[in-house]
Design a binder for this molecule. Structure first.
Ligand SMILES: Cc1cc2nc3c(=O)[nH]c(=O)nc-3n(C[C@H](O)[C@H](O)[C@H](O)COP(=O)(O)OP(=O)(O)OC[C@H]3O[C@@H](n4cnc5c(N)ncnc54)[C@H](O)[C@@H]3O)c2cc1C
Length: 431
């Protein structure tokens, strides 16, 4: 069966095994293989061309819930959408969520995903109490910060390379309801962005900025911050998890080009610059792109890359300015351009992406050599500033950049499951 990732850079043949029963996973893992969640990773982290893929979305049962402590035990194929819809009405929310709810629990752990509140609550790994891992040998291991901690911390952000996660125990966060108090502030210049981030850190649970990647040195953007409302309101939120709009087919070429990008950015900035304060449901704030089904098709048949970096605080402003200058000069990029400060909480996983500093994420239509040449220039800035790229989005970083950015990678190698391999692990780790 041909499988592609979210970036749609190619469709690759895999032998597919669907897993449905968590007690039957051991003994049902043909090798060399790789677990696959809901396929929301952009690049090749969830692909294993020519090998086996173990589909985990069928492991979607809830096992236990403690309503006093907000602890839930579920299978690893459960989606974040199911968790939010089941528990928010009961006063508990995911403490960390990425920008889409179509992510599985196993996928969230394997990329140790982050959200708009990294400065307040770290990444997913900080909220995993324990997990069950099945190795390709059939061995079943219960892991936690106290039980085999080396393998536990390798599995948080472990890119699926340590085994198949079948069950997870999570700590949820108490909330009064689904509503957030939000504020949107237009800014001009990176210095304003950094000031707003610093001022928001202590009192705003969530913050993120959209930027106009074509606006040059004095970059313009919209700083969005929010905090959970202290009370619930008897108002209707989105009624289902269905998407309102769909991109029905993949056009032969990208609809994102210099002209459409300039026009969209202008309209978007003008439309939202005066949004100010509002009460919003968590869904459009956390998951704005989920509103449009198959939005990744707008990039056409050649697909697209996402380039997401993190730059340590000391070099954050200078390196971000240098990257934005390169991007503007290239005339490439897309309206999906996000800037966010990570907090100081150290990541737990050996290969976790977040570190204290600033993260910049941008989509780029695939334009062959021109796009790859731009990435090489961005790589040089990231490497020079001591930063790194996010594996959940990557499809092309060179092994040298990976090994420099993730110095614990050789310790990680010693904890891998020898029956598991991915396109990414072969590209970055040699096997
Ligand atoms: C619109 C959009 C917005 C996003 N926003 C963010 C964001 O804000 N922050 C962020 O961090 N990420 C973000 N992402 C990326 C996404 O959260 C991650 O790529 C996530 O890991 C995808 O989960 P998945 O279930 O789709 O897993 P897949 O993409 O299918 O797999 C991801 C990894 O998980 C492993 N895996 C899956 N299931 C298991 C299992 N049961 N056991 C062991 N390993 C397993 C796979 O082997 C692979 O290495 C975004 C993606 C999209 C499309």
């Amino acid at each position: 069966m041909k499988v592609q990732s979210w970036g749609a850079l190619g469709r690759f043949e895999h032998q597919v095994t669907a897993l449905f029963d968590r007690d039957q996973v051991a003994g049902h893992l043909p090798t060399p293989g790789l677990a696959h969640g809901l396929g929301r990773s952009y690049g090749d982290v969830a692909l294993n061309p020519g090998g086996h893929l173990w589909l985990c979305a069928g492991l979607d049962r809830f096992i236990d819930f403690d309503p006093l402590l907000g602890r839930v035990r579920c299978e690893a194929g459960v989606s974040l959408d199911s968790l939010q819809r089941l528990f928010v009405p009961r006063g508990w929310m995911l403490p960390v969520t990425p920008g889409t709810r179509w992510v599985s629990v196993g996928g969230a752990i394997a990329n140790d995903v982050h959200g708009k509140n990294h400065h307040a609550r770290g990444s997913w790994g900080h909220h995993v109490l324990s997990l069950r891992l099945v190795r390709s040998s059939g061995e079943i291991l219960d892991l936690s910060p106290d039980l085999q901690p080396d393998l536990f911390f390798a599995t948080l952000g472990g890119l699926g390379l340590t085994g198949v996660i079948t069950e997870v125990e999570l700590q949820l966060m108490p909330v009064a309801g689904p509503w957030l108090d939000s504020e949107t502030i237009a800014f001009h210049g990176l210095d304003e962005f950094f000031t707003l981030s610093t001022l928001s850190e202590a009192t705003w649970e969530y913050s993120v900025a959209w930027i106009d990647c074509l606006s040059g040195q004095k970059v313009r953007g919209l700083f969005m911050r929010a905090k959970p409302c202290a009370e619930d309101f008897d108002e209707e939120g989105p009624q289902s998890s269905q998407t309102a709009l769909q991109v029905p087919l993949t056009p032969p070429f990208s609809l994102v080009n210099a002209w459409s990008l300039r026009a969209f950015n202008e309209l978007y900035f003008r439309k939202h610059a005066n949004d100010g304060e509002a009460r919003v449901h968590y869904q459009p704030f956390f998951y704005p792109l989920d509103h449009v089904g198959h939005w990744n098709r707008i990039y056409g048949r050649r697909g697209f890359y996402q380039y997401q970096s993190v730059i340590p605080t000391a070099h954050a402003e200078a390196a971000t300015a240098a990257m934005l200058t390169e991007i503007q000069r290239s005339g490439q990029g897309s309206f999906l351009a996000v800037l966010k400060m990570f907090g100081r909480m150290p990541s737990l996983g050996l290969l976790s992406f977040p570190m204290p500093g600033v993260t910049l994420a941008l989509d780029f239509p695939q334009r062959g050599a021109a796009t790859l040449r731009l990435f090489e220039r961005l790589d040089a800035i990231v490497a020079g500033a001591g930063g790194r790229l996010y594996m959940g989005k990557d499809a092309r970083m060179p092994a040298t950049l990976f090994q420099q950015g993730y110095p614990q990678w050789s310790l990680f190698q010693s904890l891998r499951d020898p029956g598991i391999s991915s396109a990414m692990s072969r590209r970055l780790m040699g096997s």
